[in-house]
Design a protein around this ligand. Structure first.
Ligand code: G3P
Length: 225
């Protein structure tokens, strides 16, 4: 890793029923324990409703799943960078495949996050959109082909070239921007391959959140790092 603000593994809890109520905190504690035991940086992306609880109860880095580009004020239902920072988040995903934003709004959101000390990870779906997102200067890009999200085939097997091409395209624009990859990642072999293809880490969800034993899956995931 070249930027210590970007975790090597980001676990997106999404809105799975497995993280409703106190179960988000329980999973966050598991992630934190594995990170402590192994020395690998792991961040969690809980639902916004659980951010403050997790921040106040654990030391795991907490990212939001989404931020809106809005300023503080009359913005009902919006998640501003200020609200996330105030809740204790250290960063946020932006433009996740399940929560897309317009390019102009991504740019505003990135700037507002950086003004509020939030690390930014912009999600993209192609090499071209990754290059466009890189021009907005986030801290990291996470390339995730939407059709592979939540499935059993890892992006590292199905589309290795999209990772290599995205790393090249992003580095050409700004080599300080890190590239993560995600979609279908579930094993240590997938993570090893992601790093071989040039990614500095992974963004994943179902493989951990829906696992019967998330600690075992996480330990397997990071075994080659
Ligand atoms: O944000 C992570 C993501 O969309 C990938 O999900 O379930 O394929 O690991 P999953």
């Amino acid at each position: 890793m070249t930027d210590s603000r970007i975790p090597t593994v980001i676990v997106n809890f999404k809105a799975y029923s497995e993280v409703e109520g106190d179960r988000a905190l329980h999973l966050a504690r598991i992630c934190h324990n594995v990170a402590e035991q192994t020395g690998i940086s792991i961040a969690v992306c809980p639902p916004a409703t659980a951010i403050a609880q997790i921040v106040s109860s654990t030391d795991v880095p907490v990212f939001a799943q989404h931020v809106d580009p809005h300023k503080p004020g009359a913005a009902t239902g919006r998640l501003t960078a200020q609200l996330l920072h105030g809740a204790g988040a250290v960063g946020t995903l932006i433009n996740h495949s399940e929560r897309r934003l317009r390019l102009a709004d991504i740019g505003v959101a990135v700037d507002r996050c950086h003004s509020n000390q939030l690390t930014t990870v912009v999600c993209t779906d192609t090499t071209a959109t990754s290059a466009a997102a890189a021009s907005l200067k986030p801290n990291a890009i996470a390339i995730e082909p939407p059709e592979l999200i939540g499935g059993d085939i890892s992006v590292t097997d199905a589309q290795p070239e999209i990772i290599e091409n995205t790393v090249k395209a992003v580095q050409k624009i700004d080599d300080s921007i890190e590239v993560l990859c995600g979609a279908g990642i579930k094993t240590g072999r997938d993570v090893k391959r992601a790093v071989e293809l040039g990614a500095s880490g992974v963004l994943l969800a179902s493989g951990v959140v829906k696992a019967a034993d998330p600690a075992a899956v996480l330990t397997d995931l990071i075994q080659y790092l």
